[in-house]
Write a new protein. Structure first.
Length: 234
């Protein structure tokens, strides 16, 4: 089913409206158009919440796989375990993607309640930008059934102070983390595909000269939490 080109972009050109548009493209099976918008968003919106956006990209990847499996609520199609695990992981996040993942799980997984049980309240403001509010989830552990929450004053895993220089770069990217020990570094392309992953030791720089020119996300894990930043290879 084809969808006519947008004519209202000038009026509703916001992060939230883009996600709504993507959801509608997904609903109509127009995944290529949805992917095109997702790819452009990091460049288009400087205040984009990168962590939430990467989670949405992961959610979109699950949707693509489910579409390939031709899953329908009226059909008895077995959902691969790794897709269920990904939906559970996304449902545990404190952002708007959690609601989408939970809803999809309830639709396509017959015994979803056996896999995931929780209470979740999200801030009325959509968590789409860095300045948006955050939710306050109370998650039930899959392993022991105890209530667990990493929320402290509405913030989950407070982001460590990390700087990347130079950015843009043609080769070496220096990572300044102060006294924080970096545990791992992952690099994703704008479609959310992981292209680099390694455990850190004593390095404070990485060589990205082998990457094609363009924008990437770098996700850095420390003992204080995870931070995601945009980098440009030129």
């Amino acid at each position: 089913m084809g969808i006519r080109p947008r004519t209202w972009v000038g009026r509703f050109n916001t992060v939230e409206s883009e996600y709504i548009l993507i959801d509608n493209y997904i609903a109509f099976g127009e995944l290529a158009q949805a992917a095109e918008i997702l790819e452009a968003m990091p460049v288009k919106f400087q205040a984009l919440n990168l962590d939430a956006h990467l989670n949405y990209l992961d959610y979109f990847a699950v949707v693509q796989k489910i579409t390939e499996l031709e899953v329908n609520v009226d059909e008895n199609v077995e959902i691969p375990a790794h897709l269920i695990e990904e939906l559970i992981r996304l449902s545990n996040n404190n952002d708007f993607v959690a609601i989408k993942a939970r809803s999809l799980g309830e639709i396509i997984v017959a015994n979803w309640a056996d896999y995931y049980s929780y209470t979740f309240e999200i801030h009325p403001s959509c968590v789409c930008t860095e300045k948006s509010g955050s939710g306050s989830p109370s998650l039930k552990s899959m392993s022991n059934g105890n209530d667990e929450s990493s929320v402290k004053e509405g913030i989950i895993n407070e982001k460590p102070e990390i700087t990347l220089t130079p950015n843009p770069t043609t080769r070496e990217l220096k990572i300044e983390s102060g006294e924080l020990k970096i545990e791992s570094i992952r690099i994703f392309n704008v479609l959310g595909q992981e292209i680099f992953n390694f455990q850190f030791s004593t390095f404070n720089s990485i060589d990205i000269s082998h990457l094609a020119n363009g924008m990437y996300f770098i996700r850095i894990q420390t003992a204080n939490g995870t931070t995601t930043k945009k980098i440009v290879k030129k």
